[in-house]
Design a protein around this ligand. Sequence first.
Ligand SMILES: Nc1ncnc2c1ncn2[C@@H]1O[C@H](COP(=O)(O)OP(=O)(O)OP(=O)(O)O)[C@@H](O)[C@H]1O
Ligand SMILES: [Mg+2]
Length: 179
Amino acid sequence: MPLGFTIQSDSEEDTFNLGSQIASFAYEGLCIILSGELGSGKTVFAKGFASFYSSTPARSPSFTLVNEYPGHIPVVHVDLYRLSETDGYDIGLFDYQKDGCIILVEWGERWSLPPEENLWHISFRRAFRNNERALQDGGNTRLLLSVRCKGEKACHRLAECMEKLQKYWRVSDESDSFS
Ligand SMILES: Nc1ncnc2c1ncn2[C@@H]1O[C@H](COP(=O)(O)OP(=O)(O)OP(=O)(O)O)[C@@H](O)[C@H]1O
Ligand SMILES: [Mg+2]
């Protein structure tokens, strides 16, 4: 059964910290697709993630398409927002993967043929309470991050990750598959 879980973030700081904690379970050649509407926390997460590997502070790659962060495992942060679609080859995503980078792809749903293994998928959405009202607290919004995997190694690492996160975060089981 495919592994999946959903985790709750109540603030920008939570999302950043989640990024850096989840990063410790990633490995060379892993691709992570980040999907979700505008302003749903993908870049905040990516910055936290990159901070685990690199001392260079991450910026939003919207205007450069790809940012590379050197570190003991290099992290490549991509934003496909301005492309309607990519097969991944035209911008070298598979080359980065072969070179052993970790690849974070914002608007990754625009990647038409993502890898079939060594893949995590994280979708970001705002959580609403009382049917319509989002939790608003000094500009912070409650988010739900749903995490899934494809491939044996990716799922094995994600299972380890989930076990650790459950100790400190609100995590719910969710085993829906994703396409
Ligand atoms: N729980 C939260 N987690 C992350 N960011 C939050 C949260 N609550 C509020 N915010 C705010 O939401 C915004 C998220 O912006 P961010 O750039 O990360 O979104 P994004 O998903 O990358 O958007 P885009 O699709 O435009 O790239 C930030 O301004 C941040 O301060
Ligand atoms: Mg962004």
